[in-house]
Design a protein around this ligand. Structure first.
Ligand code: F6P
Length: 342
């Protein structure tokens, strides 16, 4: 049995832990051969692969990024792309494919599965917005980094009597903003799911000022938008999955808050710092468990499925149920967090 593995979409700390787990169990327990595909679906379109043995995955558990590389290539946007992929799978002698990805990558995996490709999905995104799994690996690391940033920004905000805006990732879902905001004691959290009212935010800041708190911390997800307004985009154009490049909502807020409250304001955009570097212990373990479960699904011949975390159990769900509808922040959680606003 020859198993292919790829990582697609934005990277997330823990991809290498998945690859290592798949390779170790595939070779040591099942006697399979594992082929790594370079840069997500691009590698399958162009037939760029590498053989993965025990040596190839030695020492990669704590490493961020992906030893295979990643891309946002969408084969369904290329003339004859899906057929080319199925042809290359046959040529390479790949019997089963493990795709590590978020909604876009796994959406492609589902479509190729429907065209006959034996495929298993592993959920990955720092945004934690994939349906049917409680957590995706990478998210815990991103929240830890954002929380540390909040702690650091707190002390300088207090010393300078400033408002500080921290812009974090989160295109459709505000999970990172919500959890980092809760853990870091933010005075206001803004998420894509709930349009914000700038006057209300300024009201929190003024209320704190009246109580003698001459500084405030606001966490905003990149996809957050004002009531009746639009997301702030960084440049024009979309990627092959139709996503605009977000970024800049923090600066919009910073200017408005300074103008309306008179409090000097600074903005920090965390950006890809949240995605780079070593995974937390939680993400290493989750990624390892998901990798082991993925190769087990291959062994059992259960294709068209995605491994997932439910409570503390690793289960599997239908890929088609996991893709196409992002897992958004529960309004009750946001309501709970709002107790600490202002
Ligand atoms: O992978 C999801 C994500 O981290 C989003 O939160 C963010 O909008 C996007 O990736 C950024 O992607 P890129 O690496 O293409 O700038």
């Amino acid at each position: 049995m020859k198993v292919g593995i790829l990582s697609g979409g934005g990277d997330a700390p823990g991809i290498n832990a998945v690859i290592r787990a798949v390779v170790r169990k595939a070779i040591d327990r099942y006697g399979y051969e594992v082929i790594g595909i370079k840069d997500g679906w691009r590698g399958l379109l162009e037939g760029e692969v590498v053989s993965l043995d025990r040596d190839a995955v030695s020492g990669i558990l704590p490493r961020g990024g992906s030893i295979l590389g990643t891309s946002r290539t969408n084969p369904f946007k290329r003339e004859g792309g899906p057929e080319l992929i199925l042809g290359n799978i046959r040529k390479l002698g790949i019997d089963a494919l493990i795709a590590i990805g978020g909604d876009d990558t796994l959406g492609v995996a589902q479509k190729l599965y429907e065209m006959g490709l034996p495929c298993v999905g592993v959920p990955k995104t720092i945004d934690n917005d994939l349906a049917c799994t409680d957590y995706t690996f990478g998210f815990n690391t991103a929240v830890s980094i954002a929380t540390e940033a909040l702690d650091r920004v707190h002390t300088t905000a207090e010393a300078h009597h400033r408002a500080m805006i921290i812009e974090v990732m989160g295109r459709h879902a505000g999970w990172i903003a919500l959890e980092a905001g809760l853990a870091g004691g933010a005075d206001c959290i803004l998420i894509p799911e709930i349009a914000f009212d700038i006057e209300e935010i300024c009201g929190y800041i003024k209320r704190r000022k009246m109580r003698g708190k001459n500084f405030s911390i606001v966490v905003v997800a990149e996809g957050a938008k004002p009531k009746g307004g639009e997301e702030v985009v960084y440049g024009t154009g979309v990627d092959e999955f139709g996503h605009v490049r977000l970024g800049g909502i923090g600066y919009f807020l910073g200017k408005e808050i300074e103008r309306r409250t008179g409090l000097e304001t600074r903005v920090v955009v965390l950006g890809h710092v949240q995605r780079g570097g070593s995974p937390t212990a939680f993400d290493r373990i989750l990624a390892t468990r998901l990798g082991i479960a993925a190769i087990d699904l291959v062994k059992e011949g259960k294709f068209g499925r995605m491994v997932a975390l439910r409570g503390n159990e690793i289960v599997s769900v239908l890929l088609k149920e996991a893709v196409g509808k992002p897992k958004l922040v529960d309004p009750r959680l946001y309501e709970m967090a709002s107790v600490f606003f202002g």
